[in-house]
Design a binder for this molecule. Structure first.
Ligand code: SF4
Length: 266
């Protein structure tokens, strides 16, 4: 199917509009967009945050101040299995108290060999109805963010820590996480992404086993289960706080640059 000049123009306009929304400065000079080598924080070198640690004026923090439990970063020892096998094992899951009220299990979607995997907290109402992750308004914004990175949803893999919607979208509870997160870990082991992007405070804190604020976690890479993990704000948070889009754009640019650097000729 050929694409008309008008369609190309419309797509370019919508891309530029998204870039403007995200606070992206668009340059038509290719030499001005040099790929930077990102900094990777080694979790085992991190030290506990002081109890009275404060964010600086920009909401940024030094990675060395962030408290992380290093043992949680050990590579998983799951057998080699496919996403289909993991989904089959999940079955009509009744392993936690969320099962009776869910409409559909939201397992995950996307490229089973994706280099980039997004992990959110739990399905919302739209996701529960459709059985797919990130399909509501927040999901549409995530799609735009992925496109602004120069990728498509089909290229990445998207999942959540919980596969069933908590009632009234309340926070997941520890017993629910304990029952469900092994399936996420198996998904990570099956997909083997280069980068995991944890979306939102709850997702990032759960994966990193820390209580640090997302404003302090975001913007840094952590070694995590054989991948690099970057935490950033949840798209639903961005819908309520559009001024924070710029920070998410900074975070996902680091991911984009890391992935590009991995493919650069040595
Ligand atoms: S949230 Fe996870 S563990 Fe709980 S019922 Fe759903 S799939 Fe099973």
């Amino acid at each position: 199917m050929s694409i008309s000049k008008k369609q190309i123009g419309q797509e370019l306009l919508s891309h530029l509009e998204l870039c403007r929304e995200l606070g992206v400065r668009v340059s038509l000079n290719p030499s001005s967009s040099k790929t930077k080598k990102p900094r990777v924080a080694k979790p085992e070198k991190l030290v506990a945050a002081k109890p009275d640690a404060r964010e600086d004026a920009a909401g940024e923090s030094e990675v060395k101040k962030i408290a992380i439990v290093p043992s949680m970063f050990d590579a998983p020892t799951y057998p080699i299995e496919s996403l289909e096998e993991i989904r089959a094992d999940l079955g009509d899951c009744q392993r936690c108290k969320l099962a009776p009220r869910r409409h559909l299990i939201v397992f995950g979607s996307g490229n089973p060999k994706a280099e980039l995997m997004f992990v959110g907290e739990a399905p919302g109402s739209d996701e529960d109805q459709q059985g797919l992750p990130f399909v509501g308004r927040a999901g549409q914004l995530l799609t735009k963010i992925i496109q602004a990175m120069g990728m498509t949803r089909d290229e990445v893999y998207i999942s959540n820590i919980l596969k069933c919607r908590p009632p009234e979208n309340r926070n997941p509870e520890p017993d629910e996480i304990a029952s469900c997160e092994p399936f996420l870990f198996r998904q990570i082991a099956a997909v083997r992404p280069r980068v995991i992007c944890a979306l939102g405070a709850f997702g990032a804190q759960t994966l990193l086993r820390t209580k640090e604020a997302i404003s302090r976690l975001r913007g840094n890479f952590y070694d995590y289960r054989g991948a690099r993990l970057m935490a950033t704000y949840h798209p639903a948070y961005l819908l309520r706080n559009p001024n924070e889009k710029r920070k998410v754009w900074e975070d996902v640019q680091k991911i984009r640059d890391y992935l590009r650097a991995a493919h650069a000729p040595k």
